[in-house]
Design a protein around this ligand. Sequence first.
Ligand code: SF4
Ligand code: SF4
Length: 401
Amino acid sequence: MTSPDPNALPKPSVSERDAAAGFEVLDHFERFSQKNDIYSRSFWDPSVRSDRTNLFFETYRTPLTTWKKVEGFRQKDYALRNASWHLPDIFAELKEDQNRREGFLDPFTVHRKGPVDQVPVESPEQMSREIKHVAKVFGADLVGITQYDQRWVYTHAYSRQGETEKPQELPQDLPHVIVIAQEMDRGLIETVPSALSGTATGIGYSYDTLVLLGLAQYIQNLGYRAVATMNDTALAIPYAIQAGLGEYGRHGLLITEEFGPRVRIGKIFTDLPLSHDRPKSFGVREFCETCRRCSNACPVNAIPDGPPSDVVHNRSNLVGVRKWTVNAEPCFKFWANQNSDCSICVRVCPYNREFESLWGRVWRWMAGGPLRHMALRLADRFAAGERVNPDSWWKKGAERV
Ligand code: SF4
Ligand code: SF4
């Protein structure tokens, strides 16, 4: 028996889609400008910008002249972290003279135009299967497809050169969004806080870049349009949830069934005819209502420990959505003070575990149902999320070779 064609089913309304995705978009919702994200603000907003934030970004480009004496922040830790960022850095800097930071503030340029002739599409459902297959061939860990939703597209892009807004360049006639997620290395995340752990982020972005560029070029070569975007252009998490890749966690991150919160997300906007996935729940929201591991572990109390709300801490928050909202200002200042990004909330999250093992799958099943309190107690009892000493990460890795 074949599964029904999702395109043949009645299309859900926006409110039905939101309810399935767990969004509560309120009447006073406002779209977001990338000028207000905390990274942009660290350049133009004096209440965020400081010598520490300048140095924080500098450490990714120019080697520090003095290294901390503590493990995880030594020269080789920064050496590896910065090397892992090399590929996305190259693309980000390729067109800086044209006021573009591709992958972070601007979509990737199409370097080779495709043909005018379009490959015929047998059915959107069949093409979606093919696209997911091709994405996996390029190395995508997770792929989902959803429809364009203007609410999540930034009103404006941000110009680093001008330190101001610039027009959003995404065309509005690309009705489909392919969402890609790349796993971040679990062993590296276990060493958080450390500069070493930032390597997981850099490698995630590197694979994201490779997959997005390859898949977008494939779609161009079929004769259709494709705009590949990473942190730029639109909020990634709402699209990922709509595309069925996961649920929203208390720490403000996507939690996937396969890798928990350890993912980096990219998206491709296209007019290639595609069918859409639907949001799916596996009990994260209910689990987060009982769990406080991330909010208890956050060193600057940036994660709420109450119920979802529409509270706005500052201009870096989305207005008019009831959800768990992280206070990005103290979070980013903590990053700047320690000279590297922080993922303590990712490390301690009980969903940060190995789901290929039978025990991992049993735990997820327990966490997603009435046994969630026991799942939480087991995570506490067996010290899931404990920090691994960065020097022992280096030592054990070398011994395995
Ligand atoms: S990244 Fe670190 S500082 Fe920021 S919310 Fe997570 S635990 Fe807190
Ligand atoms: S640590 Fe707990 S509360 Fe926080 S996101 Fe993970 S499961 Fe939810």
